[in-house]
Write a protein that binds this ligand. Structure first.
Ligand code: HEC
Length: 117
């Protein structure tokens, strides 16, 4: 009997882990949440940039577009540096997020380009 008990506990454990994982998809969820919370006020939820914010910052709307060709041409390393270190009116996020968070958010922002096509 003892063996059967352990066995059924094992199955329950696996099922519990399985439903935990499917309820918490890894990369996409947190990166999207972080982007919406910390970046979309200037860059828009679609990553294309807010025209009104471009006016406030006196920059070309394209400067806020994270899905434009100029931005997509830049390497992930360079863009992560901009996110963490800032650039002109772009605030620095160093200390507010890890390098990995910044890279995940960037991957998410770049994926928006494909979705909007
Ligand atoms: C307060 C407004 C504001 C917020 C919030 C903001 N940005 Fe920016 N961001 C800017 C501005 C303005 C620029 C353009 C800087 C320039 O080129 O002069 C910029 C530029 C960038 C660039 C460089 C694009 C390029 O082609 O060089 C990246 C990448 C970027 N932002 C990512 C992010 C991410 C990721 C977040 C959230 C973690 C974020 N930004 C939050 C205002 C903001």
């Amino acid at each position: 009997m003892g063996k059967i008990k352990v066995y059924s506990l094992g199955i329950a454990g696996i099922l519990a882990i399985g439903s935990y994982l499917s309820a918490n998809p890894p990369a996409a969820g947190p990166a999207q949440k972080n982007f919406d919370a910390q970046c979309s006020s200037c860059h828009g939820k679609d990553g294309k940039g807010k025209a009104a914010m471009a006016k406030v910052f006196k920059v070309e709307p394209a400067a806020l577009d994270l899905a434009d060709e100029e931005t997509l041409k830049k390497s992930e390393g360079d863009l992560v540096k901009i996110i963490l270190g800032g650039k002109n009116k772009m605030p620095a996020f160093k200390g507010k997020m890890s390098d990995k968070d910044a890279a995940d958010i960037l991957t998410y922002a770049r994926s928006l380009k494909k979705e909007s096509k």
